[in-house]
Design a protein around this ligand. Structure first.
Ligand SMILES: [Zn+2]
Length: 196
């Protein structure tokens, strides 16, 4: 099986097909960069990666190698094979233009929501009303009193996570374009994707 490699420039998105049994590696090229990651059943786009179902099933927000990422229909989509960082987010939605308006008073900001919809359209997947991705490298902290905050990613240059597909999938990845917060260390940088 041929390996494939993509370099996602800072603030941009990518989509690709991943067949059952293939492994994808997502790399934070320069460090402290979040990659919003979504996936759909390649044969029925109504079934998709579901962070809520994954939390419900794995019963932890701190996933580790061997854990399964689940679909809306409680079926395995991915198995985590390796993870250099060990800190990702299953709680927050993709950034979208309205978020930049409400939180930062900026209009028409590039967003993961737009990047993901645009990338998925290449495979005929209709624009979603909302994306709640598996936010790779995103360092969301939930305090014991319930307070939620996003801190700088723990990922350093070259850190990665590897996921094995458990069904045929259409995957999209967005190199998050938010430079306004600690989410990406106040600086947007590229993401690399390899099918191994
Ligand atoms: Zn984003």
């Amino acid at each position: 099986m041929n390996s494939q490699h993509w370099h996602i420039p800072a603030t941009e998105g990518l989509s690709f097909k991943l067949m059952k049994g293939q492994t994808v590696r997502i790399t934070d090229v320069e460090g402290e960069q979040v990659a919003d990651f979504v996936a759909f059943n390649a044969h029925d786009a109504k079934e998709r990666l579901d962070p809520g179902v994954t939390l419900d099933t794995v019963r932890s927000k701190n996933l580790k190698p061997g854990d399964i990422i689940y679909s809306t229909r409680y079926r395995p989509l991915f198995t985590i094979l390796s993870d250099v960082v060990g800190r990702h987010d299953l709680l927050l939605p993709a950034c979208r233009p309205e978020m930049y308006e409400v939180l930062y008073n900026k209009k028409d900001h590039v967003s993961c929501f737009h990047n993901l919809n645009q990338a998925l359209a290449q495979f005929g997947i209709p624009a979603a009303a909302q994306h709640i991705p598996f936010n790779l490298f995103m360092n969301t902290i939930v305090d014991s009193d319930g307070a939620v905050r996003v801190e700088r990613p723990l990922s350093r240059a070259g850190d990665y996570i590897e996921l094995r597909a458990e069904m045929d999938l259409i995957v999209a990845v967005s190199a998050c374009p938010c430079a306004e917060s600690a989410c990406n260390g106040y600086n947007c940088t590229p993401i690399a994707v390899d099918i191994l």
